[in-house]
Design a protein around this ligand. Structure first.
Ligand code: 5GP
Length: 235
């Protein structure tokens, strides 16, 4: 399979079209941004780690009958994925208060939530990815009620599969962000990546952060945290 055109270049990934029209190649970069692009840097080997971890989780989800766009790992930094018509939503699932939810609701970070919380954000850099509810999504014509039901069902299943795996590795899944697309028949398919860039992982004993918050908050030990979480997840 050969790359043809660049379809899209984002902050952390480049997506290429290929000579097979229904398949894309995703290339994972080391570039890191935070605060909607205000903070920029690189995290050494992040692209390799995120590719490897995403491939690992997508395969795990497939074993649990959750389909994703993932087809195969092509190289250290590349995976082959199914071409989808992407939905401009970020779907966030939270088990423990952290980040923007902790701020918004005035809950101390680390407070367990009585029930997992699902939130939507509009994937729109110009607007700063604002929080949306189902009515906003209808008004913007981003997805139908049935599609949102499906997206929520898949998201909570992903949460449960990941919690179960991570518990055995003494890691707490605080929260994560998913993205979805539609296949050629209009079916909802999980896309994007599952990595320390879009998940919060805390050590269950020490509460040490093993994710991108180390970069976002200048906590140091960023590369080491990415290496450590990959090692523990895939061990
Ligand atoms: P928060 O809303 O607390 O900043 O983020 C909640 C969760 O979603 C975190 O795990 C965070 O990594 C992820 N997340 C939210 N927005 C983005 C985004 O724009 N890009 C990425 N990679 N992850 C995000």
């Amino acid at each position: 399979m050969n790359k043809t055109n660049t379809l899209y270049e984002g902050k952390a990934k480049i997506v290429y079209e290929t000579d097979e029209p229904d398949k894309l190649i995703v290339y994972f970069k080391d570039d890191a941004t935070a605060g909607n692009g205000e903070k920029k840097g690189t995290i050494q080997n992040k692209g390799i780690i995120n590719n490897e971890m995403s491939a690992f989780f997508f395969k795990l989800l497939k074993d649990h009958e959750i389909k994703s766009h993932f087809i195969d790992k092509l190289s250290d930094r590349e995976m082959v994925v199914q071409k989808l018509n992407m939905i401009a939503l970020e779907v966030i699932v939270r088990n423990v208060a952290a980040g923007s939810l902790a701020k918004r609701l005035g809950l101390p970070e680390g407070t367990p939530l009585k029930t997992p919380v699902l939130e939507y954000c509009y994937k729109n850099d110009e607007l700063g990815d604002p929080l949306l509810n189902r009515y906003h999504i209808m008004v913007l014509d981003l997805a139908s009620v049935n599609e949102l039901d499906e997206i929520e069902h898949i998201s909570f299943c992903v949460n449960q599969v990941m919690i179960n795996l991570l518990k055995a590795k003494n890691i707490r899944l605080i929260d994560f962000k998913l993205e979805f697309g539609r296949d050629e028949k209009g079916g909802i398919v999980l896309a994007d990546e599952i990595s320390p860039d879009n998940c919060r992982f805390w050590d269950m004993t020490t509460n040490e952060k093993l994710d991108k918050d180390r970069f976002r908050r200048d906590l140091g030990g960023v590369e080491e945290a990415y290496q450590e979480i990959l090692k523990r997840v895939t061990a």
